[in-house]
Design a protein around this ligand. Structure first.
Ligand code: CA
Length: 230
Protein backbone atom coordinates (compact mmCIF):
# COMPACT_ATOMS: atom_id res chain seq x y z
CA UNK A 1 0.00 0.00 0.00
CA UNK A 2 1.28 3.49 -0.81
CA UNK A 3 1.64 6.02 2.02
CA UNK A 4 -1.80 7.00 3.30
CA UNK A 5 -2.68 10.68 2.96
CA UNK A 6 -3.89 12.29 6.18
CA UNK A 7 -5.51 15.70 6.07
CA UNK A 8 -4.96 17.72 9.26
CA UNK A 9 -7.31 20.66 9.82
CA UNK A 10 -6.13 22.55 12.90
CA UNK A 11 -5.71 26.30 13.47
CA UNK A 12 -3.10 26.09 16.25
CA UNK A 13 0.20 25.89 14.43
CA UNK A 14 2.06 24.17 17.29
CA UNK A 15 -0.44 21.27 17.32
CA UNK A 16 -0.54 21.19 13.53
CA UNK A 17 3.26 20.92 13.37
CA UNK A 18 3.35 18.25 16.06
CA UNK A 19 0.71 16.23 14.21
CA UNK A 20 2.48 16.62 10.88
CA UNK A 21 5.76 15.51 12.40
CA UNK A 22 4.20 12.51 14.15
CA UNK A 23 2.35 11.33 11.05
CA UNK A 24 5.26 11.84 8.69
CA UNK A 25 7.55 9.94 11.03
CA UNK A 26 5.01 7.11 10.89
CA UNK A 27 5.30 7.05 7.10
CA UNK A 28 2.15 8.97 6.23
CA UNK A 29 1.73 11.84 3.82
CA UNK A 30 0.33 14.95 5.49
CA UNK A 31 -1.82 17.72 4.04
CA UNK A 32 -2.26 20.53 6.56
CA UNK A 33 -4.87 23.28 6.68
CA UNK A 34 -5.40 26.07 9.22
CA UNK A 35 -9.13 26.53 8.68
CA UNK A 36 -12.22 24.72 7.40
CA UNK A 37 -12.31 26.35 3.96
CA UNK A 38 -8.69 25.44 3.25
CA UNK A 39 -9.36 21.95 4.58
CA UNK A 40 -12.34 21.54 2.26
CA UNK A 41 -10.31 22.58 -0.78
CA UNK A 42 -7.52 20.16 0.10
CA UNK A 43 -10.02 17.36 0.68
CA UNK A 44 -11.56 17.97 -2.75
CA UNK A 45 -8.19 18.10 -4.48
CA UNK A 46 -6.34 15.30 -2.70
CA UNK A 47 -9.05 12.86 -1.52
CA UNK A 48 -7.31 11.97 1.76
CA UNK A 49 -7.44 8.51 3.31
CA UNK A 50 -8.29 10.01 6.69
CA UNK A 51 -9.08 13.46 8.17
CA UNK A 52 -8.02 14.80 11.56
CA UNK A 53 -10.39 17.64 12.24
CA UNK A 54 -10.24 20.19 15.04
CA UNK A 55 -13.61 21.07 16.53
CA UNK A 56 -12.77 24.70 17.39
CA UNK A 57 -11.70 26.48 14.24
CA UNK A 58 -11.85 30.20 13.53
CA UNK A 59 -14.72 31.07 11.19
CA UNK A 60 -16.41 27.91 9.92
CA UNK A 61 -16.40 25.39 12.82
CA UNK A 62 -14.97 21.89 12.43
CA UNK A 63 -18.36 20.27 12.78
CA UNK A 64 -19.63 22.15 9.71
CA UNK A 65 -16.74 20.82 7.67
CA UNK A 66 -17.52 17.36 9.04
CA UNK A 67 -21.10 17.50 7.80
CA UNK A 68 -19.92 18.85 4.46
CA UNK A 69 -17.47 15.96 4.08
CA UNK A 70 -20.06 13.38 5.13
CA UNK A 71 -22.60 14.60 2.61
CA UNK A 72 -20.17 14.64 -0.32
CA UNK A 73 -20.55 11.70 -2.70
CA UNK A 74 -16.84 10.95 -3.02
CA UNK A 75 -15.60 12.05 0.41
CA UNK A 76 -18.25 10.62 2.68
CA UNK A 77 -16.46 7.29 3.10
CA UNK A 78 -13.23 8.99 4.28
CA UNK A 79 -12.89 8.35 8.03
CA UNK A 80 -12.82 11.48 10.22
CA UNK A 81 -11.32 11.77 13.71
CA UNK A 82 -12.51 14.86 15.58
CA UNK A 83 -10.07 16.66 17.89
CA UNK A 84 -11.42 18.72 20.74
CA UNK A 85 -10.00 20.75 23.60
CA UNK A 86 -12.41 19.46 26.21
CA UNK A 87 -14.16 16.24 27.02
CA UNK A 88 -17.60 17.65 26.39
CA UNK A 89 -20.06 14.83 25.91
CA UNK A 90 -22.49 17.05 24.04
CA UNK A 91 -19.80 17.72 21.45
CA UNK A 92 -19.01 14.04 21.27
CA UNK A 93 -22.61 13.00 20.71
CA UNK A 94 -23.10 15.72 18.13
CA UNK A 95 -19.87 14.71 16.40
CA UNK A 96 -20.90 11.07 16.12
CA UNK A 97 -24.37 12.05 14.93
CA UNK A 98 -22.78 14.07 12.17
CA UNK A 99 -20.77 11.02 11.10
CA UNK A 100 -17.42 11.36 12.91
CA UNK A 101 -15.71 7.97 13.07
CA UNK A 102 -13.69 8.62 16.19
CA UNK A 103 -13.03 11.31 18.73
CA UNK A 104 -9.86 12.40 20.54
CA UNK A 105 -9.63 14.87 23.42
CA UNK A 106 -6.68 17.24 23.78
CA UNK A 107 -4.14 16.87 25.19
CA UNK A 108 -3.57 13.49 23.55
CA UNK A 109 -0.49 11.33 23.29
CA UNK A 110 0.81 11.05 19.70
CA UNK A 111 1.16 7.30 20.14
CA UNK A 112 -2.45 6.82 21.21
CA UNK A 113 -3.62 8.97 18.32
CA UNK A 114 -1.49 6.99 15.87
CA UNK A 115 -3.03 3.76 17.11
CA UNK A 116 -6.53 5.16 16.50
CA UNK A 117 -5.51 6.37 13.04
CA UNK A 118 -4.06 2.99 12.10
CA UNK A 119 -7.14 1.16 13.36
CA UNK A 120 -9.42 3.34 11.25
CA UNK A 121 -7.22 3.08 8.15
CA UNK A 122 -7.20 -0.70 8.49
CA UNK A 123 -10.95 -0.87 8.92
CA UNK A 124 -11.64 1.25 5.87
CA UNK A 125 -8.93 -0.46 3.87
CA UNK A 126 -10.44 -3.88 4.48
CA UNK A 127 -13.88 -2.60 3.60
CA UNK A 128 -12.78 -1.02 0.32
CA UNK A 129 -10.33 -3.69 -0.78
CA UNK A 130 -12.87 -6.38 0.01
CA UNK A 131 -10.18 -8.99 0.56
CA UNK A 132 -12.39 -11.03 2.75
CA UNK A 133 -14.46 -14.17 2.60
CA UNK A 134 -17.96 -14.11 4.00
CA UNK A 135 -20.07 -17.12 4.93
CA UNK A 136 -23.21 -16.81 7.01
CA UNK A 137 -22.39 -14.63 10.01
CA UNK A 138 -18.65 -15.11 9.60
CA UNK A 139 -16.21 -12.84 7.86
CA UNK A 140 -12.59 -13.75 7.31
CA UNK A 141 -10.15 -11.01 6.40
CA UNK A 142 -7.37 -12.64 4.49
CA UNK A 143 -5.09 -9.59 4.62
CA UNK A 144 -5.30 -8.84 8.33
CA UNK A 145 -5.84 -12.53 9.28
CA UNK A 146 -8.86 -11.73 11.40
CA UNK A 147 -12.08 -13.61 11.85
CA UNK A 148 -15.19 -11.75 12.93
CA UNK A 149 -18.62 -13.18 13.70
CA UNK A 150 -21.38 -10.57 13.66
CA UNK A 151 -18.58 -8.02 13.86
CA UNK A 152 -16.94 -9.50 16.98
CA UNK A 153 -13.36 -10.60 16.62
CA UNK A 154 -12.64 -14.29 17.26
CA UNK A 155 -9.11 -15.35 18.14
CA UNK A 156 -7.75 -18.28 16.14
CA UNK A 157 -4.41 -20.03 16.01
CA UNK A 158 -2.60 -19.93 12.62
CA UNK A 159 -3.52 -23.53 11.72
CA UNK A 160 -7.16 -23.03 12.66
CA UNK A 161 -7.17 -19.87 10.57
CA UNK A 162 -5.86 -21.66 7.49
CA UNK A 163 -8.22 -24.54 8.02
CA UNK A 164 -11.17 -22.19 8.25
CA UNK A 165 -10.00 -20.18 5.25
CA UNK A 166 -9.87 -23.39 3.22
CA UNK A 167 -13.33 -24.41 4.40
CA UNK A 168 -14.85 -21.00 3.73
CA UNK A 169 -13.56 -20.98 0.19
CA UNK A 170 -14.85 -24.54 -0.40
CA UNK A 171 -18.31 -24.45 1.08
CA UNK A 172 -20.53 -27.56 1.16
CA UNK A 173 -17.83 -29.94 0.00
CA UNK A 174 -16.72 -32.96 1.97
CA UNK A 175 -12.99 -33.38 2.53
CA UNK A 176 -11.16 -36.36 3.97
CA UNK A 177 -8.63 -35.86 6.73
CA UNK A 178 -5.84 -36.53 4.25
CA UNK A 179 -7.12 -33.91 1.82
CA UNK A 180 -7.32 -31.34 4.60
CA UNK A 181 -3.82 -32.21 5.75
CA UNK A 182 -2.50 -31.72 2.23
CA UNK A 183 -4.35 -28.46 1.76
CA UNK A 184 -3.59 -26.89 5.09
CA UNK A 185 -0.30 -28.43 6.17
CA UNK A 186 1.22 -29.05 2.75
CA UNK A 187 1.91 -32.53 1.40
CA UNK A 188 5.55 -32.70 2.47
CA UNK A 189 4.72 -32.51 6.13
CA UNK A 190 4.13 -35.79 7.85
CA UNK A 191 1.44 -35.56 10.48
CA UNK A 192 -1.05 -38.01 11.85
CA UNK A 193 -4.65 -38.02 10.71
CA UNK A 194 -5.67 -37.32 14.25
CA UNK A 195 -3.89 -33.94 14.09
CA UNK A 196 -6.75 -32.70 11.96
CA UNK A 197 -9.26 -33.74 14.59
CA UNK A 198 -7.37 -31.76 17.22
CA UNK A 199 -7.47 -28.59 15.13
CA UNK A 200 -11.08 -29.13 14.13
CA UNK A 201 -11.91 -29.36 17.82
CA UNK A 202 -10.06 -26.13 18.57
CA UNK A 203 -11.76 -24.39 15.70
CA UNK A 204 -15.20 -25.54 16.83
CA UNK A 205 -14.48 -24.41 20.36
CA UNK A 206 -13.58 -20.93 19.11
CA UNK A 207 -16.78 -20.79 17.04
CA UNK A 208 -18.91 -22.22 19.83
CA UNK A 209 -18.97 -18.97 21.81
CA UNK A 210 -20.73 -17.38 18.88
CA UNK A 211 -23.02 -20.28 18.11
CA UNK A 212 -21.30 -21.14 14.82
CA UNK A 213 -19.75 -24.51 15.73
CA UNK A 214 -22.36 -26.33 13.63
CA UNK A 215 -20.88 -24.75 10.48
CA UNK A 216 -18.21 -27.45 10.69
CA UNK A 217 -19.78 -30.84 10.24
CA UNK A 218 -18.37 -34.30 10.75
CA UNK A 219 -19.32 -36.61 7.92
CA UNK A 220 -19.16 -40.10 9.30
CA UNK A 221 -16.66 -42.30 7.51
CA UNK A 222 -15.58 -39.49 5.20
CA UNK A 223 -14.27 -36.41 6.91
CA UNK A 224 -15.48 -32.85 7.33
CA UNK A 225 -17.62 -30.33 5.57
CA UNK A 226 -18.18 -26.60 6.06
CA UNK A 227 -21.66 -25.35 5.51
CA UNK A 228 -23.79 -22.47 6.72
CA UNK A 229 -26.46 -24.08 8.84
CA UNK A 230 -28.81 -21.17 9.48
CA1 CA B 1 -8.57 25.04 17.53
Amino acid sequence: MSAPIVLVVEDESSIRDMLSFTLQTAGMTVQAAGNAEQGWQLALNETPDLVLLDWMLPGVPGVSLLSRLKSHEKLKQVPVIMLTARADETDQVQGFEMGADDYVTKPFSPRALLARIRALLRRFDDATLGESVVAGRMRLDTTSHRLTIDGDEVKLGPKEFRLLQFFMTHINRVFTRNQLLDEVWGDRVVVEDRTIDVHIRRLRRALEEHGCESYIQTIRGSGYRFSVTE
